[in-house]
Design a protein around this ligand. Structure first.
Ligand SMILES: Nc1ncnc2c1ncn2[C@@H]1O[C@H](COP(=O)(O)OP(=O)(O)O)[C@@H](O)[C@H]1O
Ligand SMILES: [Mg+2]
Length: 366
């Protein structure tokens, strides 16, 4: 599919400080995208450039095959739900939502119909005449969404929309956001620094760091195949250990060889190895791949988080539904597929190419 919106090598500085560095993104119509990264990495800046509240320094922004670099904000088919909602506190819910339509000089009848539709979509029918101050955090959030979608944007931008809500409400709103997006069928670009939220909500995620896109992909792609240490660390818990390729399908970690699924990496290449805590199982001391001592255990609700120390003093984290006794010796076991190898300095393109080549082999073998 043709992208509806693209950034072509977009850069942006504030006062000589480079905030975005040659950003390339392609957004297709009708999906839920998330920009994910730590605070200050440039997520809000990207939304502002899309909305036209800030101008780019270099590169281009293409919307439906035309540059919108010089298109003013009010002419872009984009609406924003701001982090602080930016509602008018002195207006009631109805007037907040109708505000933009009144500016467009739409008829009263038409405005009423559109506001009612928007209210229904966010499940706030009946709340028209409440003042915004009377609404809870979650309800304000809905009003802000209704106010944005009443303008029928083709792209909805949402900046850390759920961050102000408590955990339970946030989870509820996650389901609702997905539901609203799929019912509207428009493109959502959502910003968050919360990796769990990004994994739960998105069709696709852009992982960002220091004004650069580190990785783009579906939540499972990014979780299962992080491109580098930063992404592996940022997305979920992981054991990241140092290793060296012995040859194809064999990697040496802390002096011991392990069978893996990776090939095409030069012998003796220094690599970083990710093994997710939930991919490791505990066995009797002698029966695992190697022996460790249980150092600490925490109950996390669904699983136990177990910290172990191996013979050389390195730490391993395991998620297990079974308990282990602190101080006891146990074995660790994981499948070759659980070993994920990263080559330091590899670009996302080189990485994708390498991973694809394994999939080709996989298909040929099956
Ligand atoms: N108007 C501005 N003037 C100067 N610096 C800014 C301005 N807006 C943002 N910045 C800086 O740009 C960087 C990225 O900001 P932002 O895009 O808001 O990050 P994020 O949304 O990922 O937290 C930060 O270091 C921030 O201080
Ligand atoms: Mg921000």
């Amino acid at each position: 599919m043709e992208p509806i919106l693209s950034f072509k090598s977009v850069s942006k500085s504030y006062d000589d400080l480079q905030i975005l560095n040659k950003i390339d993104i392609d957004i297709e119509s009708g999906h839920f995208y998330t920009l994910l990264g730590p605070s200050g990495c440039g997520k809000t800046t990207i939304l502002k450039l899309i909305a036209g509240f800030e101008q780019i320094d270099n590169g281009d922004i293409i919307y439906q095959n035309k540059s919108i670099k010089h298109t003013p904000a009010n002419k872009r088919k984009v609406n924003t739900v701001f982090q602080d909602y930016a509602l008018f506190p002195h207006l009631n819910v109805y007037d907040n939502i109708a505000f933009g339509l009144k500016l467009k000089k739409m008829s009263k009848v038409e405005i009423k119909q559109k506001v009612q539709e928007a209210l229904k979509l966010v499940k706030l029918n009946g709340y028209e005449y409440r003042t915004v101050e009377e609404m809870s955090g979650g309800q304000k959030q809905r009003v802000a969404i209704a106010r944005a979608i009443v303008n029928e944007p083709e792209i909805l931008l949402l900046d850390e929309s759920l961050s102000a809500l408590d955990l339970k409400l946030r989870t509820e709103m996650q389901y609702e956001l997905r539901d609203i997006q799929s019912r509207l069928g428009i493109t959502f670009i959502f910003v968050t620094h919360d990796q769990e939220e990004a994994l739960a909500l998105s069709d696709y995620i852009f992982v960002m760091k220091d004004g650069k896109i580190q990785q783009f992909g579906s939540p499972t792609d990014i979780y299962d195949e992080p491109v580098n240490r930063f992404v592996a660390d940022f997305i979920g818990e992981s054991n990241i250990v140092e290793g060296e390729m012995v040859n194809d399908y064999l990697v040496n970690i802390y002096g011991q060889d392990f069978v893996c699924v990776d090939m095409g990496i030069p012998e003796k290449q220094h690599v970083e190895v990710v093994i997710r805590p939930e991919d490791i199982t505990l066995t009797d001391a002698q029966e695992g791949l190697f022996e460790v001592t249980v150092d600490a255990m925490l109950f996390r609700g669904v699983h136990y988080e177990i910290n172990c120390i191996d013979r050389k003093g390195y730490e391993w984290m395991i998620h297990s539904t079974k308990k282990a006794e602190v101080g006891s010796k146990v074995g660790l076991y994981f499948e070759p597929e659980a070993i994920h190898i990263m080559v330091p300095g590899e670009t996302e393109k080189e990485f994708d190419k390498r991973i694809e080549s394994y999939e080709d082999i996989d298909h040929a073998q099956n």
